[in-house]
Design a protein around this ligand. Structure first.
Ligand code: PMP
Length: 387
């Protein structure tokens, strides 16, 4: 009898004791602002389906048509048998959307970040990474073998200090940041980051996972909304506002060609499925043609902001700059209790806890398709358990 796996029992005990235990909730219906969970309809305030496109008839039809034409799988890696005409179309559409020379589609946003970071820097190089960056930016940094320094969240002074101290000791330098932070919803000071990158001869990789589809008049993201045209490595996902699955890197034609040759998470994995590719392609078209979806989302944020202002026990930790709202309602146990209360009331807005984030919070996400009445229901429930 082997004891080689007993450590797992002990680890699980530690996870439970620290209130870190997590388990997925089953969703048994189509992505929408109301979903079927645990035998009942729940108001969804935790989805990344910001524009409501994941359940849109036009995306569903595009996915079905692509499956009819190409089959269910890409059948191989892109450099072997899995490069479909549909992939090429999607990459052109992303480049046009992002106003870059080219783009490359990965199997997920996670893999896009891992692959891009590990391809552009190595052991002789330096990465300056915002402390609140998404896990895949951090893991990409580790994978690259570069020296990694985490600068204080959105703190240009701290970034400048590290650059002054360390930049000259390394060959290449890459600054990495989420544009919209996934757990706090605040936006990075990108213009300042670009200035520092210019001054210290650094590359910049931005993760537009939560900015794509939402920011800018065409929904092209924060880079576009801020009018930035300098060279950049723009990463993003097709899985949030675009309602599909997959990730991308957009940038110069040279960068993309380089990644096709060096990004191992792109080279050694099967191409994106025809259904996902076609759905994303349709979403990019709709996102640009239907600004009313973004207007509805921002309007919903204004309604929520106004309502939250009257609940004293809540301390949103950002200036509510995006569709992601972090509500600090106490320690981990208290946050779990609030999430449980909301769940009993038919509202799904779970607690996000350490180790995912430094401090527990209810992470609310808004959708363009939420009605004013749904937001008021949420506010009423928050008031009755917190005020
Ligand atoms: N970057 C950020 C900032 C994210 O929030 C996420 C998803 N949670 C990802 C990347 C990963 O994207 P995907 O889900 O497409 O792997």
């Amino acid at each position: 009898m082997t004891h080689a796996y007993e450590w797992i029992d002990r680890s699980m005990q530690t996870i439970h004791q620290a209130h870190w235990y997590r388990s997925p909730q089953v969703v048994a219906s189509r992505a929408d602002d109301v979903v079927h969970m645990a035998g009942r309809d729940m108001l969804m305030f935790a989805s990344n389906n910001y524009l409501g496109l994941a359940g849109d008839r036009r995306l569903i039809d595009a996915a079905i048509a692509a499956t009819e034409t190409y089959g269910t799988g890409a059948t191989g890696s892109r450099l072997v048998s899995g490069h479909l005409a549909l992939h090429a179309q999607l990459e052109q559409a992303i480049a046009a959307f992002k106003q870059t020379e080219a783009a490359l589609v990965f199997s997920s946003g996670y893999l896009a970040n891992l692959g891009a970071i590990a391809a552009v820097v190595g052991a002789r190089d330096l990465i300056l990474s915002d402390t609140y960056n998404h896990a895949c930016l951090k893991q990409g940094a580790t994978l690259s073998g570069a020296k990694v320094i985490h600068y204080a969240h959105n703190d240009l002074e701290d970034l400048a200090t590290h650059l002054a101290q360390h930049r000259h000791l390394h060959r290449r330098c890459l600054i990495t940041t989420d544009t919209v932070f996934s757990m706090d919803g605040d936006v990075c000071p990108l213009l300042g980051i670009m200035d520092l990158a210019d001054r210290y001869n650094c590359m910049v990789l931005v993760d537009e996972a939560h900015g794509t589809g939402v920011f800018g008049d065409r929904g092209a993201g924060v880079v576009n909304a801020m009018g930035i045209h300098q060279p950049l490595i723009q990463v993003g996902t097709l899985s949030k506002a675009l309602g599909s699955l997959g990730g991308y890197v957009a940038g110069s034609a040279q960068l993309i060609d380089f990644l096709r040759n060096r990004a191992s998470t792109w080279i050694y994995t099967t191409g994106l499925s025809p259904a996902d590719t076609a759905a994303a392609l349709k979403a990019i078209e709709i996102v640009q043609k239907e600004p009313q979806r973004r207007e509805a989302l921002w309007n919903n944020l204004a309604i929520l902001k106004q309502g939250l202002g009257t609940i004293k026990a809540i301390a949103p930790n950002s200036d509510l700059a995006s569709q992601i709202i972090a509500l600090k309602v106490g320690d981990t146990e208290q946050t779990l209790k609030v999430a449980e209360y909301l769940k009993q009331q038919g509202i799904f807005a779970p607690a996000i806890r350490p180790p995912t984030v430094p401090t527990a919070r209810i992470r609310l996400t808004l959708m363009a398709t939420h009605t004013t009445a749904q937001i008021h229901t949420l506010l009423t429930c928050l008031k009755s358990c917190l005020a």
